[in-house]
Design a binder for this molecule. Structure first.
Ligand code: 4AD
Length: 464
């Protein structure tokens, strides 16, 4: 019986003599003077290729097999045998090689040589066929699965929060408007667009975070999480920012800042340990060819306790060396990526959790501390990528929250339902957002966030 097998299974199989069919793409072809050709085939199920030996006795050897080049798709039938060659334990002795699709070698943009990541970004429709992007895609898949398992095992309810909303969770101006208005023929009333005639009868935007809706469900179901795409129109052309990125947001009722910090640390460690196991081959490859320190850096995260300190303590440390930095170090200013990395990489040499930021630089929903100046915020910082988690204990007092909404120039009318949660059965609750791409950046060692999402969306860039 012919069995179609994924290469991931075949390369470790010892079922010698069995007949198999595999379907994939040619990576390389090498011809031997002894009258046969070696084809390296990959089908995406693993970073490993399988070697196919095609003898010149095959009827289409001269017309087809000798014309195969990188990128051609093929269906190969043959028997699995022990390989006498170096570098692989098994190979396929082909009894049939069928070409499904040719790839003109003069035109195919992916040649055998190593291409730069920048070039590969311009051919994002073909880059998953390279070793690096194949590995990243499998690691991304493993991490996403690990996230769902982590929460599932701990009884968190997976919640789907809306993509289109009428509120702005982070309170900043960096949102994408959603409208059906004809932008070529906008009419104004008193100099403003009147959204009451728009699709939703009010201004709408793409969500920047599912947190506010997650809070609604946490205050009914206990522990929930949302995991989906979020959108920010920040004009940040950096290696750590995307306009569309994925965020994991747990929200827990009856949980304070300490519980929140503990969950963040445990989640990161657990995801890393899980994906190392699931994608062992891909990590071997990434450690070898993208970043030689990958394993030691990941091990450093899994085996060290995260350092916890307050924002104020961090500012004291940074102030002593402020001349090292481009951005000023001053109480009340935001901590920049260069500061975050200095704390993780130079001072503590491990992940750092910063808490209790000044309320002026944090959103309205964070629990105000007794000092009236700081809020129960927490940011988790990793070496190399800086902030990967932002979260807080939430303000659970109605009057304080109302005051904060007004103080941050938001309209309480837009948040009536959010305020209601504090009127009826309010409880201490907390949560955070983990940026999926930043975590994958850290995990794979890729320097640019655009290389860890299949189709990056960034300022002035929307191809594919
Ligand atoms: O710190 P942020 O803005 O937190 C929130 O949105 C909260 N409402 C989450 C919550 O409490 N439920 O974002 C959380 C994380 C950041 O730490 C970062 O990892 C990632 O989201 N992030 C981005 N990732 C890629 N590109 C961007 N433009 C990002 N902005 C934030």
């Amino acid at each position: 019986m012919i069995q179609r097998k994924e290469i991931a299974h075949l390369v470790d199989s010892r079922d010698f003599g069995s007949e198999v069919t595999l379907m994939g793409w040619v990576r390389t072809r090498r011809d031997s003077k002894a009258g046969f050709s070696f084809l390296e085939i990959n089908d995406g199920s693993t970073i490993r290729n399988i070697q196919v030996v095609a003898e010149n006795t095959l009827p289409n050897y001269t017309d087809v097999i000798l014309r195969l080049t990188t990128g051609c798709s093929v269906i190969v039938t043959g028997s699995l045998v022990q390989s006498p060659g170096k570098g692989q334990k098994v190979e396929i002795r082909a009894t049939e090689v069928k070409v499904v699709g040719w790839a003109d070698p003069d035109a195919y943009p992916l040649q055998k040589k190593r291409h730069s990541l920048e070039y590969l970004r311009t051919i994002a429709h073909l880059r998953p066929r390279t070793n690096t992007f194949g590995a990243v895609a499998r690691v991304r898949n493993a991490i996403s699965y690990a996230i769902h398992s982590y929460f599932h095992q701990r009884g968190f309810i997976y919640l789907h929060t809306p993509i289109i909303t009428g509120s702005n969770c982070e309170g900043a101006g960096d949102i994408f408007t959603v409208t059906t208005f004809d932008l070529q023929n906008l009419t104004h009333e008193h100099g403003r667009v009147n959204f009451s005639n728009d699709f939703f009868g009010k201004a709408a935007n793409l969500t920047v975070s599912g947190q506010l809706e997650a809070e609604v469900y946490a205050l009914a179901l206990g522990n929930v999480y949302t995991f989906g795409p979020t959108f920010r129109a920040e004009d940040s052309n950096t290696s750590r920012h995307l306009a569309e990125f994925w965020m994991v947001e747990p929200e827990m009722a009856f949980c304070d800042l300490d519980g929140n910090v503990a969950l963040g640390e445990d989640l990161v460690k657990s995801i890393l340990a899980d994906s190392l196991q699931t994608c062992a081959d891909d990590f071997e490859f990434l450690n070898r060819s993208v970043d030689n320190d990958l394993f030691s850096r990941i091990d450093g995260i899994i085996s060290n306790n995260f350092e916890r300190l307050t924002y104020t303590e961090a500012i004291q440390i940074l102030s002593k060396v402020k001349e090292r930095f481009e951005f000023p170090v001053e109480w009340g200013n935001d901590i920049q990526s260069e500061h975050e990395r200095y704390l993780c990489e130079t001072v503590f040499k491990r992940p750092v959790v910063l808490t209790d930021y000044p309320k002026g630089i944090k959103p309205f929903y964070m629990k105000v501390n007794k000092d009236g100046k700081t809020v129960k915020a927490m940011d988790v910082l990793l070496p190399r990528v800086g902030e990967i988690i932002g979260g807080s204990q939430r303000e659970d007092d109605y009057e304080t929250l109302l005051h904060r909404i007004k103080e941050t120039n938001l309209d309480p009318a837009d948040y009536w339902w959010y305020l209601d949660l504090r009127k009826y059965g309010t409880v201490i609750h907390s949560g955070f957002g983990l940026g999926l791409e930043r975590l994958i950046q850290f995990t794979t060692g890729l320097a640019n966030i655009r290389d860890v999402i299949p189709f990056p969306r960034t300022p002035k860039y929307l191809e594919f």
